[in-house]
Design a binder for this molecule. Structure first.
Ligand SMILES: *Cc1c(COP(=O)(O)O)cnc(C)c1O
Length: 337
């Protein structure tokens, strides 16, 4: 099966399973798990931050960050299509009493800074207090431009806002841009990184920030039910990914480009390439269901919708690309017949 639905579908490799099986463990709620501590320290160092916190999911990592930055009645600014606003079950509102202020994206995925500025509320008691600007990198497979990062952080600082980066796929951004992870984290008060996406670990995210921030986030993690015990078994999978699966993300990016180029040559398919491991395409709405079924009949899983996202990852090898292209070609040939 060629599963293009997401890079979350990867299975741990035999070497990763071995590292997990060998992991030294202790009760991490008591601070006794050396494997978790080693992962937190290693990720913090790579990110250029003082401290790290291991959490079971990116959603919980983003939520712990929101709860640490904001109080009840505070507001955070994020993109209308940002995961932290749109895809996390409304956690900020449901569990934190934190109001989201969504902003429309520019076509390149960034949040226009004049609109961000206009959305920052002053001290007037009528308003929720704007406390935080949350950005996402990569966003829909695109790398946030370096200048934009600098300008957005400067704007937030000038208005006394904290900054959070949802870096679920920040390692993809680092590999695609050739910039060190620490440069992509620079200036942000907190950054959330996922290991269960392209890096191929079964579970785990790490939130990084300064010592005081992480100490408070650790408290929220416990409140959210994310305090885990002999969890070095999972952290070991993430540490293995950090050491062995970062550089190879370039292969996913190359395959995504190859797939995008091949699809662009097929008439009737509008393709949008991105910088990293995703290909976005539009097919006529009427064809969506039929395309999904056609691909499935050829052993290819894809979630076809208004815009369809094909995601490349660890479990997709070079020989999958011609198979995927062939399946699209036969579909278009049939639909056109
Ligand atoms: C996957 C993802 C998350 C976190 O998702 P979990 O499934 O909770 O780990 C957060 N932000 C972005 C942009 C993501 O893609």
């Amino acid at each position: 099966m060629i599963d293009l639905r997401s890079d979350t579908v990867t299975r741990p490799t035999p070497a990763m399973r071995e590292a997990m099986a060998r992991a030294e463990v202790g009760d991490d709620v008591w601070g006794d798990d050396p494997t978790v501590a080693a992962l937190e320290a290693a990720v913090a160092e790579r990110a250029g931050k003082a401290a790290g916190l291991f959490l079971p999911s990116g959603t919980q990592s983003n939520l712990a960050a929101l709860l640490t930055h904001c109080q009840r009645g505070d507001a955070f600014i994020a993109g209308q299509l940002a995961h932290i606003y749109r895809d996390e079950g409304g956690g900020a509102a449901a569990l934190g009493g934190i109001q989201a202020q969504p902003i429309e994206h520019d076509p390149d995925g960034t949040l226009p800074l004049d609109k961000v500025q206009a959305a920052i509320k002053g001290a007037d008691i009528h308003h929720a207090r704007t406390r935080l600007l949350a950005l996402e990198n990569t966003f829909r497979g695109r790398v946030l431009p370096a200048d934009y990062q600098t300008e957005a952080i400067a704007l937030a600082r000038a208005h006394g806002l904290a900054t959070h980066l949802d870096g679920a796929r920040l390692f993809n951004a680092a590999v695609a841009s050739g910039r060190p992870l620490a440069a992509l984290c620079e200036g942000f008060d907190s950054v959330s990184l996922c290991f269960s996406k392209g890096l191929g670990a079964p579970v785990g995210s790490v939130l990084v920030g300064n010592e005081a921030f992480i100490a408070r986030a650790r408290r929220w993690r416990k409140t959210l039910g994310g305090g885990m015990r002999q969890v070095g078994i999972l952290a070991a999978g993430c540490h293995h990914a950090l050491e062995h699966h970062v550089g190879r993300l370039a292969e996913d990016h190359a395959r995504a480009r190859q797939l995008a180029d091949g699809l662009a040559d097929i008439e009737g398919i509008a393709v949008q390439a991105c910088d990293t491991n995703m290909v976005f395409l539009a097919v006529r709405e009427a064809d969506g269901r039929a395309l999904e079924a056609h691909l499935a009949s050829r052993g290819i899983l894809a979630a076809v919708g208004a815009t369809t996202r094909l995601v490349l990852h660890l479990d997709i090898s070079d020989d999958a690309i011609p198979r995927i292209l062939a399946a699209f070609r036969t579909f278009v040939a049939r639909a056109g017949a």
